[in-house]
Design a protein. Structure first.
Lengths: 123, 497
């Protein structure tokens, strides 16, 4: 079975790059343009991991993270942050809320792949 | 142990049985050869006799080889070879050839007898084999005469012509199929082409081309040379029929007699044969034909294979096209990102050279419009004492920014951006944003924030949210720089006191 990953980012270009990067290694990828859209998709589909931006309209990454981690159904899905927010406080906040890893944009595709693969190896 | 013995027993029983069968058969062959050779001595040019001897020797060779009898195999192979050459007219039958052949029969008789009595025999064959090898030379010198036209088997020339004509027509039909199919790349058009060419140029009275749809169904795309309109198409569930399951997953040709269901499945056909369009892991569809009587089914089998090949290629073609498009799009994205990074780098270098808050605002405002392609941008600095925004710099033609000053509270999205420290966009608040006398539609607001708090606000009009990331990198960076300036000022002030 192919592992399924949800990428959440408001930038179409970043969504496309993440999708391409992950698909090249055989992952199945779905994408959402913000936290709200992500929750809608997750209501109908199951995912093995989520790649999450912070700065997004409607519901940003941290709000989304808080919501999903407090929901028993989604709490165990690993979340990898992929964001321009390089400040420590954001990083701390995301890790406190239960994120597994934190990557600062612009990102190296190989790094993203390695982190996703390692994260999935642990579950 | 006993099992193993039983197996061995069984093996040797089978072997014995086979050997017995072979010996009986071989004796019959020898009798036949004997008779034919006697007849041949009377009529050395009689073709039917020569052919018969050739075939008998051939059969004997085959069954001896199967029974593992090397010497018999070898000697009958030689005999076959000699008569093969006679058939081709390489040389003709002379009394000495007949003599040699009788000698060969004697030796074969001996070999067969010794095999039957299981007396291990190793007859020396070298002499007779050598003699057989020498036959051509001897006979050519003995006999100058040759058969005139060895190939002309008494074939009726008209019949021959009609066979050639049929073969030629088939070739023409295939040629058309090959040439016209190279120009098409989607499976449905190819289905129509194949159906059309079979209808017009080949024998079958009826044909239909079906393609697999969504992996679970098959759909009749073309019938008797024409595209079936979408609303008229027959669609069948693969699971609902043994025949369809067989064709799609087993991918073998299905004959009319194989399944009783064939008739009900294709009611308009009399004797439908189905040829799968083979692919991995399952067939892409199939071709149904009602071949004419005495049809050359092999030809249609070839057409089916060819259809499979061409449709497979067209599928690959489609995939390649899609990937090419995707790669083109990605190259565009990467190119854009690369140029964005380059401009961020240069803006970063410029920012390091300045120590005035308004200059910092100028650099990022210009970069947002000139490099990141926002249509308009404006930066404000926050007056902490009055909690007001003070216009610092503008790019892209916003009016009255120099003298603009208003409370953070005044615009709800700006207040939200300052309070949360996050990007706020027209997607969050689907309404126009008023900056003095200017009205923005696709706006984004970023706070310029450092550790000490928010020092300013950047507002930009953008085409889409794609440049949100590079703009926020600029905003983060300038936020920290502004913060440091404030900090330095504080230190400077305390030093002076």
């Amino acid at each position: 079975m192919k592992k399924k990953i949800l990428t959440v980012d408001d930038s179409p270009s970043v969504r496309k790059l993440v999708e391409f990067t992950l698909k090249s290694k055989g992952f199945q990828v779905a994408s959402a343009e913000d936290g709200m859209a992500a929750l809608e998709i997750m209501a109908n589909e199951q995912f093995d991991a989520i790649v999450l931006d912070i700065n997004m309209p409607r519901m940003n990454g941290l709000e989304f993270l808080e919501k999903m981690k407090s929901n028993d159904v989604y709490a165990s899905i690993p979340v990898i942050m992929l964001t321009t927010e390089g400040q420590e406080e954001d990083q701390d906040k995301a890790m406190d809320l239960g994120a597994t890893a934190y990557i600062v944009k612009p990102f190296k595709p190989t790094l993203l792949l390695r982190i996703v693969e390692k994260t999935l190896a642990f579950i | 142990m006993s099992d193993e013995n039983n197996v061995q027993d069984l093996d040797s029983q089978i072997m014995n049985r086979m050997l017995k069968d072979f010996l009986n058969e071989a004796r019959e062959h020898l009798d036949q050869l004997n008779l034919n050779l006697i007849q041949l001595a009377e009529a050395p040019e009689e073709e039917t006799l020569i052919n018969e001897i050739f075939r008998t020797a051939h059969t004997l060779k085959g069954s001896a080889a199967f029974a593992g009898l090397k010497q018999i195999t070898e000697i009958s192979r030689k005999m076959e070879e000699v008569f093969g050459n006679v058939r081709k007219g390489n040389f003709s039958i002379t009394p000495s050839v007949i003599d040699t052949m009788f000698e060969v029969l004697d030796i074969l008789n001996d070999l067969i007898d010794s095999t039957a009595t299981t007396v291990a025999s190793d007859v020396d064959l070298s002499q007779i084999l050598e003699k057989l090898d020498r036959i051509p030379e001897n006979t050519v010198s003995e006999h100058e005469e040759r058969f005139d036209d060895p190939e002309s088997e008494s074939q009726d020339p008209h019949e021959l012509l009609s066979i050639y004509k049929l073969g030629y027509d088939q070739l023409v039909a295939l040629k058309h199929l090959v040439y016209s199919s190279v120009h098409l790349s989607d499976p449905e058009s190819l289905a129509v082409l194949f159906s059309n060419q079979i209808d017009e140029r080949m024998g079958p009275d009826r044909n239909a081309f079906w393609l697999v749809k969504d992996g679970r169904k098959v759909e009749e795309i073309a019938r008797d040379g024409k595209l079936v309109k979408e609303e008229d198409r027959r669609v069948l569930e693969i699971e609902s029929s043994e025949v369809l399951k067989h064709v799609v997953s087993e991918q073998s040709v299905v004959w009319p007699s194989s399944f009783a269901e064939m008739k009900t499945l294709f009611p308009k056909f009399e004797n439908p044969i189905i040829f799968p369009i083979k692919a991995q892991p399952e067939a892409l569809g199939f071709l149904v034909l009602d071949p004419e009587e005495s049809a050359d089914v092999e030809l249609y089998q070839f057409v089916g294979q060819f259809a499979a090949m061409i449709i497979n290629i067209s599928k690959l073609h489609q995939i390649v096209e899609e990937q090419k498009e995707e790669l083109g799009e990605l190259t565009g994205i990467l190119f854009k990102q690369n140029s964005q990074l380059a401009s961020l780098y240069h803006a970063g270098l410029d920012l390091m050279k300045v120590a005035d808050p308004v200059q910092i605002c100028r650099i990022i405002t210009e970069a947002v419009v000139d490099d990141l392609e926002a249509s308009k941008a404006v930066t404000f600095l926050i007056d902490k004492s009055s909690q007001e925004l003070v216009g610092a710099f503008e790019s892209g033609g916003l009016k009255g920014i120099d003298s603009l000053r208003f409370p953070i509270e005044k615009e709800k999205p700006i207040k939200k951006a300052v309070e949360s420290g996050r990007i706020i966009t027209y997607v969050d608040y689907p309404e126009k944003l008023h900056i003095g006398s200017n009205v923005l539609e696709n706006w984004i607001i970023l706070s310029l924030k450092g550790r000490g708090g928010t020092q300013g606000v950047l507002v930009a009009e953008v085409e889409d949210l794609d440049i949100g990331d590079p703009i926020s990198i600029l905003a983060n960076y300038s936020g920290i720089l502004l913060d440091n300036l404030v900090l330095q000022k504080k230190i400077g002030n305390t030093d002076n006191e």
